[in-house]
Ligand binder design. Structure first.
Ligand SMILES: [Zn+2]
Length: 309
C-alpha cells in the first residue's frame, strides 16, 4: 500500500499551540519543499510543574527564538533535546541554552560525511542547506540508543535512528506514549536520504525497529502528528522496497546514470524535486552495491553508469 500522507493548515507563526496535555508546539517561519510549513519546536512538561524540555529549538531565527521564550515564560527549561544537526533543527539550541542555562542533549556533532564542500553549495537550494548542516552544534551531553532522560514529570528514552543522517535521534515520551520522530518519520512526506552519510539500509532497519514498539502517537518536527502510526511505517517500508525493485528493473537491460533513472522513475514528480529524488536514487544504488546487486562505472558516484551485476 502506498503511504497516505497527511496535511495540515499553515500555522500562525509565532503562536504556541497546545497539542496534548503535556505538549505544546510552535512552528518557525521557514516553510520550504523540505520543511513543509516550517520547523515544529516542541515544549514538553507537566502543566502543573515548573520544568520543561524543548525538542528541536529550530533554525537560527530571532522571531522564532523570541516566540519560544515567550511560550516558556517563567518556567525553568531543564533539557534541550536535539534530534539531529540539520540547520532547520539545531541552531537555536545554542542560543536557547545560553539564555536558559539548560544543557543540550544530542547524539554528537554534525557528521563529516554529511558536510559538503563550500564550492558545491548552492545557497538558494534548501536541499543544499540541509546538506551543509549545523557544524557549530556540540551537545553538552552526548546521548545514545536507550539512554533515559528524566525531568520533573517527564521521562524520555532516546532511540538512535541513523538513515536520514547518522546522528539522528528520536525521543519517546513515556507519560504520553508519544515518539518525537524528528525527520525519521514524517506524516506529510517521505524522508530524504542524502547519501553517503544518509544510509538507506540503516533507515529501513530503523523503520522496522519501530514496528516492535508501542507508541500510540508520533510527533515529527515537520507537519502534523501521526496517530496509529504502525500501518504508516509499514507503508513507508513497502514504498522503499518498491523503489528498489523499480531501480533494478530500470537498469537490468542497460546501464543508466542517476539522472536517467530519475527521469524514468520520477517522471510524474515536479522537476524542482528531481535533485532530491537523485540523492534518494543514489542512496538506493549505494545500498544495492553494498549487497553486491549492482556495480558502477567508472566510480561509485552520482555521474556513474550503474548496472545490475
Ligand atoms: Zn533533517
Amino acid at each position: 500500500m502506498a503511504p497516505v500522507f497527511l496535511t495540515e493548515e499553515p500555522p500562525t507563526y509565532g503562536v504556541v499551540q497546545s497539542v496534548s496535555p503535556m505538549v505544546r508546539r510552535i512552528v518557525a517561519k521557514n516553510p520550504s519543499k523540505f520543511t513543509y510549513h516550517g520547523t515544529g519546536t516542541y515544549i514538553i512538561g507537566d502543566p502543573n510543574g515548573n520544568e520543561l524540555a524543548v525538542i528541536d529549538p529550530g533554525p537560527d531565527d530571532d522571531a522564532h527564538l523570541t516566540a519560544l521564550l515567550d511560550a516558556i515564560g517563567n518556567k525553568n527549561v531543564s533539557h534541550i533535546l536535539v534530534t539531529h544537526t540539520h540547520p532547520d533543527h539545531s541552531p537555536s539550541a545554542t542560543s536557547l541554552s545560553e539564555i536558559t542555562s539548560a544543557p543540550t542533549y544530542g547524539f554528537g556533532k554534525h557528521p563529516l560525511a554529511a558536510t559538503k564542500k563550500p564550492d558545491d553549495l548552492d545557497e538558494t537550494q534548501p536541499d543544499d542547506l540541509e546538506g551543509r548542516g549545523d557544524t557549530n552544534f556540540v551537545p553538552d551531553v552526548e546521548i545514545g540508543n536507550g539512554d533515559v532522560i528524566v525531568g520533573e514529570g517527564f521521562t524520555f528514552e532516546a532511540l538512535h535512528t541513523p538513515g536520514h543522517i547518522s546522528n539522528h535521534l528520536c525521543f519517546s515520551l513515556e507519560e504520553e506514549s508519544t515518539l518525537f520522530t524528528g525527520d525519521h518519520v514524517m506524516g506529510w512526506s517521505t524522508t530524504v536520504i542524502p547519501a553517503p552519510d544518509g544510509n538507506l539500509s540503516h533507515y529501513l532497519s530503523n523503520l522496522r525497529r519501530l514496528l516492535e514498539r508501542s507508541e500510540m502517537t508520533y510527533r515529527p518536527t515537520h507537519g502534523p502528528a501521526i496517530e496509529d502510526p504502525l500501518p504508516f511505517v509499514n507503508s513507508l517500508i513497502e514504498h522503499r522496497e518498491e523503489r528498489t525493485t523499480q531501480i533494478i528493473a530500470a537498469i537490468n537491460k542497460e546501464p543508466k546514470t542517476v539522472k536517467e533513472l530519475v527521469n524514468d522513475i520520477y517522471s510524474d514528480v515536479d522537476e524542482s524535486l528531481h535533485k532530491a529524488a537523485g540523492s534518494s536514487v543514489y542512496a538506493h544504488l549505494l545500498d544495492l552495491a553494498r549487497i553486491g546487486v549492482v556495480s558502477a562505472e567508472p566510480d561509485f558516484d552520482m555521474d556513474a553508469e550503474w548496472r545490475v551485476k
